[in-house]
Structure formats: structure tokens, C-alpha cells
Design a protein around this ligand. Structure first.
Ligand code: HEM
Length: 235
């Protein structure tokens, strides 16, 4: 256990940070150097600023997917919206925001209840949607044909992260004080006490794998969307 804690909590986070930042910078520099020819596949937005309005709309509500496939749009949108909520909620894993809670007139109990409700619901919804997206690939013949090993690997990895996160949320009731102390020590290069909850260690390990994998995988569609859409929707 001590070795696992040392590797997952003491060494891997620094490797994750370096590989992730290097990978993202490398990819963005590559995109910036790539030829960005004017494409005329789509009608040009006529109003000034129309291009960015379209890009933001596409990123927030997946407009073209909505027009193309309503069922997939529903599953995908709910999945990403829950992911966004969970991402915001994870700030509390690292630190707390007493000034913000005071400004909102919320006491510790209110914040904990709010976080447990929203985090818990988002954690369950994303689990159901993740399973739906996986089954869709396995069952619908047309989708099955265009799915490769990487698609299954990424969905499997995300599902394993979600399940271990939900285990902490609903079964082991992970105490966030442990992770806050841990991260405070990690960023100040002090002796870290890595939380011993096995669900935390699995979740954190897989989460870091995901972060390392992002720059080199299809997950890079997140920042990539801004690039591709800005080429497609020329002003
Ligand atoms: C790698 C850094 C990560 C750390 C340190 C971390 C840590 C945690 C912790 C401590 C919890 C329990 C929260 C609580 O019970 O209050 C949790 C829950 C959860 N995590 Fe993570 N996590 C990480 C990455 C991720 C990623 C990348 C995903 C999604 C793909 C994810 C999805 C979830 C889900 C679905 C839950 C349960 C619902 C919730 O509490 O929000 N986590 N995580």
C-alpha cells in the first residue's frame, strides 16, 4: 500500500502535470502552424461576430449534432453537462472557498448538502449516460462499424473513473479534508500524506491516466473544437 500511495500520490502527479502541459502546448503549436485554408462548406455568418456566436453555440449546445441525431445529442449533452458540473465540484476536492460561501450566505452544512445533492445527482446521471454511450457503440450496427479500440478504451476508462468516484461519494463517504491537506502539501513540495481510501487511489490513478492521455487522444476535441469550428465558420 505504501508503494502504491507513493507512486500514485507522490510521484505520478508531477509526471502528469509535465506531460499534460507539454502535450497541450505541443498540439496547440502544431495546430497554429497547420495550414488554415478558407472552407466554404457552410454558409458564412452574415453579422459581425457571428462566427464566434456560432462557435460558442456549437460548444454549449452541440447545435449541429442536435440537427443531425436527436437521441445521440440528448445522451451526449447530458453527459457533458454532468461532466461540467462534476468538474466544477472537483475544485472542492482540492480546496474550500469560505469567502464565496459566506458571500452566498451559505454555512458549512448548506454547502455540504448542496454539494452532496448536485454532485450525487451528476455522478449518477453521468454513470447512466456513460453506460448508454458505451451500449450504443456495442449495439447499433452503424456505430459499431465506425468504433475502434480507442473509442472503447476511452469510454471504459471514463466509466471506471466515474464508478470509483461514485463509490467514494456513496459508499466510502470520502472526507474531503484529507484530499485538501494532501493537495496543499503536494503543491508546496512538503511531505505528503496520501489519502488511503482504495477508491480514492484507484480514482486518482485512473484520473491521472486520463489527464496524461488527453493531449494525445480524441479527448483533445475540447480545445480542438475552437480551432476546427473557427476554420469552418469563416467570417
Ligand atoms: C485526477 C484527479 C481527480 C481527483 C483527485 C478526484 C477526486 C475525487 C474525489 C475526492 C471524489 C469524492 C468527492 C466527494 O465525495 O465529495 C470524486 C468524486 C467523483 N469524481 Fe473525481 N477526481 C479526479 C478526477 C476525476 C475525473 C477526470 C472524473 C470524470 C471523468 C471524475 C469523476 C468523478 C465522479 C463522477 C465523482 C462522483 C460524483 C461527485 O462526487 O462529483 N473525477 N473525485
Amino acid at each position: 500500500m505504501t508503494v502504491i500511495k507513493l507512486v500514485v500520490g507522490g510521484i505520478l502527479p508531477y509526471i502528469t502535470l509535465v506531460v499534460f502541459l507539454w502535450g497541450i502546448i505541443y498540439k496547440i503549436r502544431k495546430w497554429n502552424k497547420a495550414a488554415q485554408g478558407k472552407m466554404t462548406l457552410y454558409p458564412t455568418p452574415s453579422t459581425p461576430g457571428g462566427k464566434w456566436r456560432k462557435i460558442i453555440k456549437e460548444i454549449l449546445i452541440f447545435q449541429s449534432l442536435f440537427k443531425g441525431n436527436r437521441a445521440l445529442w440528448g445522451g451526449t449533452w447530458i453527459f457533458h453537462a454532468s461532466l461540467a458540473l462534476i468538474f466544477i465540484g472537483h475544485f472542492r476536492v482540492v480546496t474550500d472557498f469560505p469567502i464565496l460561501w459566506r458571500a452566498l450566505g451559505m454555512g458549512k452544512d448548506d454547502v455540504d448538502t448542496f454539494s452532496a445533492t448536485v454532485g450525487g445527482i451528476a455522478g449518477l446521471i453521468i454513470l447512466v449516460m456513460g453506460i448508454y454511450l458505451l451500449f450504443r457503440r456495442m449495439v447499433i450496427q452503424r456505430v459499431k462499424e465506425i468504433s475502434d479500440g480507442e473509442d472503447y478504451f476511452t469510454l471504459g476508462l471514463i466509466l471506471a473513473i466515474i464508478i470509483s468516484g461514485d463509490i467514494m461519494r456513496f459508499i466510502t463517504h470520502f472526507d474531503l479534508v484529507q484530499s485538501r491537506e494532501y493537495f496543499a502539501a503536494l503543491v508546496t513540495f512538503s511531505r505528503v500524506s496520501v489519502p488511503a481510501d482504495p477508491a480514492f487511489l484507484v480514482h486518482f490513478f485512473l484520473g491521472q491516466l486520463l489527464i496524461i492521455y488527453i493531449p494525445f487522444s480524441k479527448f483533445l476535441h475540447i480545445p480542438g473544437a475552437f480551432y476546427s469550428k473557427s476554420i469552418i465558420y469563416q467570417e
